[in-house]
Design a protein around this ligand. Structure first.
Ligand code: SF4
Ligand code: SF4
Length: 295
């Protein structure tokens, strides 16, 4: 039977057993802990139209993504009434969080950089694995828009994108918000029960599953307690209490890490995440009246 338990079992087993989830370039430990958080949202939920204003007019609704995918691949479908977005959060290895907190105030640690590059590859392999298992066990068609070159695009400096900065046609964090998994924080990281230091994923399937829209946060920054700890952690002042997250300033810093990571860790990637560790929301949803810093 296809339900949340099916996804949890498949995902946690993959994270425990698949070699792609091993940090072989460092110490062989896991990138992502086998303790996934998962949520569903109907593909016809009105929130996906709102994202066209919030993220940018190019952000695809599930219906747009699915119909385009079917057209491009000559796949027949009866209707788009049953589309479901499946969104999930993969918790980061606590050792990686600890290292990124202790390593430097300006640069990401080795484990963090490896996680950004190879951990994301494991994440994408997981989407493919789930889509293939859904097809094999239930005959269900699905698509991960971020894996489809003709569906996924990044817009840099796009005039319609939020704050005129980087935005894409499919945002995993917005899918997680829609599926009731948490809310954004001051730093734009996604605060959820497994903590802001995580990686998320999402795809859509042509099969109706019970929506978690009733668990959706009441506001965009519902779980952020405005403790300001992420403001202090950012080395370039890209987060302020007044304005929140300056995407442009942040991306300039993030992309400036490429030479450092290349020289010190010998891998081709950018990364930062200093605002995701050593702050109130690093490991879970912070309690509103009790400011606490957990590593
Ligand atoms: S560190 Fe504090 S201010 Fe920053 S996102 Fe987390 S809860 Fe919000
Ligand atoms: S990712 Fe780095 S540059 Fe961007 S807001 Fe966080 S600490 Fe600042």
């Amino acid at each position: 039977m296809l339900n949340k338990d099916w996804f949890i079992e498949k995902i946690n087993t993959f994270l425990r057993e698949d070699e792609s989830n091993r940090m072989t370039g460092v110490d062989g430990s896991l990138f992502w802990e086998p303790d996934v958080l998962i949520g569903f949202c109907s593909g016809n939920d009105p929130i996906f139209q709102e994202y066209k204003k919030l993220v940018g007019p190019f952000h695809l609704t599930p219906t747009e993504a699915f119909t385009k995918y079917c057209e491009l691949n000559n796949i027949e479908y009866d209707s788009t009434e049953n589309l479901t977005v499946v969104a999930f959060v993969l918790p980061m290895n606590p050792l990686t969080k600890k290292e990124n907190l202790e390593y430097s105030q300006d640069w990401p640690s080795e484990r963090w950089a490896h996680t950004r590059l190879y951990g994301e590859k494991a994440n994408q392999k997981l989407w493919r694995h789930l889509l293939s298992e859904l097809k094999r066990e239930f005959g269900i068609e699905g698509v991960a828009p971020m894996l489809e070159k003709k569906l996924f695009r990044m817009y840099r400096e796009h005039e319609d994108a939020w704050q005129g900065a980087l935005a894409s046609t499919w945002s995993h964090r917005h899918m997680c918000f829609a599926a009731g998994l948490g809310s954004f924080g001051l730093s734009d990281g996604f605060i959820n029960e497994r903590g802001k230091a995580m990686r998320c994923g999402s795809f859509l399937i042509n099969h109706k599953l019970p929506s978690d829209a009733d668990k959706r946060a009441a506001s965009r920054r519902e779980h952020c307690i405005k403790c300001g700890q992420c403001v202090k952690r950012c080395p370039v002042g890209a987060i302020t209490m007044e304005e929140g997250h300056d995407k442009k300033k942040c991306y300039d810093k993030v992309f400036s890490t490429v030479p450092y990571i290349g020289e010190h860790y010998k891998i081709p990637i950018y990364s930062c995440g200093l605002c995701q560790v050593g702050v109130s929301c690093s490991n879970g949803i912070p309690e509103k009246k009790k400011l606490r810093c957990n590593n």
